[in-house]
Design a protein around this ligand. Structure first.
Ligand SMILES: CC(C)(COP(=O)(O)OP(=O)(O)OC[C@H]1O[C@@H](n2cnc3c(N)ncnc32)[C@H](O)[C@@H]1OP(=O)(O)O)[C@@H](O)C(=O)NCCC(=O)NCCS
Length: 183
């Protein structure tokens, strides 16, 4: 590739890639090719205790999901932007979890997160979500961030509270509560 084209290529990657960096983590936009790397950790049933139906059943399943995420949005939901990250340790790039944001046209974002079982309770989810919250505020002017969860999911509730999210919805179903952060 001629040098001028190479520079253009790198400039475009820099402008449109939503890679994030925190003290211990690189949050790399999820790509289809990540499926093989994380399938074993992602298929651990303990991660899916409250939403077992979403557990990927094969590498192909996960690859198809990551392909849709990589595309960045849903054709049936115009105006939404999806951003998904794999959380990797600086240095050896071990994958410790993932996090995601769905940015809605009204300036609200929904977030979700997971830390693979062997890496839990080491502050990785808090660090990753803090990084995503700053990104959503600064790059997308998001003003309200919502995390939906199951009422029995003590870890997710604890994480949300530790980040300053407050209870915003307590629905009739046990899988329907939401914590919210207004920035
Ligand atoms: C929820 C989850 C992402 C937390 O990840 P983590 O990396 O272990 O969380 P952190 O180590 O960053 O914990 C940050 C804070 O969250 C709270 N927390 C985390 N795990 C907790 C648990 N099992 N019980 C209660 N509070 C918990 C604590 O306040 C913790 O701070 P502390 O360790 O200083 O007390 C992880 O348990 C997970 O992946 N669960 C399965 C997937 C899931 O349910 N995702 C949420 C979908 S809505």
């Amino acid at each position: 590739m001629p040098q001028s084209l190479a520079w253009l290529w790198y400039a475009l990657i820099y402008m449109f890639d939503h890679r994030l960096v925190s003290a211990r983590l690189v949050l790399e936009p999820i790509r289809e090719g990540h499926a093989e790397i994380v399938f074993e950790r992602m298929s651990d049933a303990r991660l899916w205790q409250f939403f077992l139906h979403l557990r990927p059943s094969s590498v192909d399943d996960l690859r198809a999901l990551y392909r849709r995420w990589q595309a960045g949005g849903a054709s049936d939901a115009p105006g939404q932007v999806w951003e998904n990250w794999l959380c990797l340790l600086h240095g050896d790039l071990t994958a410790v979890g993932s996090t995601q944001a769905t940015i809605l046209p009204d300036g609200t974002a929904l977030i979700a997160y997971a830390t693979y079982t062997d890496f839990q309770r080491q502050g990785y989810a808090r660090e990753a979500v803090q990084c995503v919250v700053s990104h959503l505020e600064q790059q997308h002017s998001v003003r309200k961030i919502i995390a939906e969860m199951d009422r029995r999911n003590a870890a997710s509730i604890g994480l949300a509270r530790s980040l300053g999210f407050v209870l915003a919805r307590d629905g009739a179903d046990e899988n329907d509560i939401a914590y919210e952060l207004t920035t």
